[in-house]
Design a protein around this ligand. Sequence first.
Ligand SMILES: [Zn+2]
Ligand SMILES: [Zn+2]
Length: 257
Amino acid sequence: MTDVHIHIERGPYTKEWIDRFVKQAVSVGMDEIYLLEHSHRFAEFAPMYASVCEYSDYQKNWYKSKVNLSIKDFQALISKMRNIEFPVKIKWGLEVCYFPEYEKLIGDILNSFNYDFAVGSIHWVEGFGFDHKAEFWNNIDIEKIYRKYYNLMLRLAKSGLFSGVAHPDSIKCFHHYPMDDLTDTYSLLADELNYRQMYAEQSGGLALNYGFEELGMNKTMLDVFKNKNVDIRFASDAHKPEDVGANILNMQAFLQA
Ligand SMILES: [Zn+2]
Ligand SMILES: [Zn+2]
């Protein structure tokens, strides 16, 4: 059993810290874990976040509180850890916020080191961080933001930059849903993921980190992805060692039901 989305961000780059994730993985029956960091932590990705900082002071302060490392620090950790034998298989990679204007920057950074994977994610739509606070949605046009979100998702897949897509319907995080039927959009996305040999995360992230009641993708999307045989992989979106493997068994049982 594999957990493909685990953030190591809340601790130091030491073997002791990584051991805690490994220990938890073993105790919950995972034999493979994907450890990652988010692009917003690294100064090298800073140009991508200009629109985010311009959008509001809240977002600027948020971003400034997150960016505190060079990607070289992470690469050094990976190189060191790859020489150590762990009782579970570890893949090392990045969760990269996708901004279509910055495909070259993303590509250059991803190509500068031999990561095991890179998962693309959408957290920002034209600068708006939709998953931060419910009240920020007050003046948002739901139909419009959904259309933009899935356009971005399709471009993310078409970019060819990523091994997979993270939490592909996280736009629902504060329970806003469009009137539009999105079946055709999900179908296009499934085709594109298959064409690019990308996986889609069945992610417990919203359930784990937002208390969201639905585990993983919405039913329509899940049905489309299943019917089209998209490579679906299970992701806890853990942000601390104790959450490694969270919801994975439930999501697997649900998928097979
Ligand atoms: Zn994410
Ligand atoms: Zn994440």
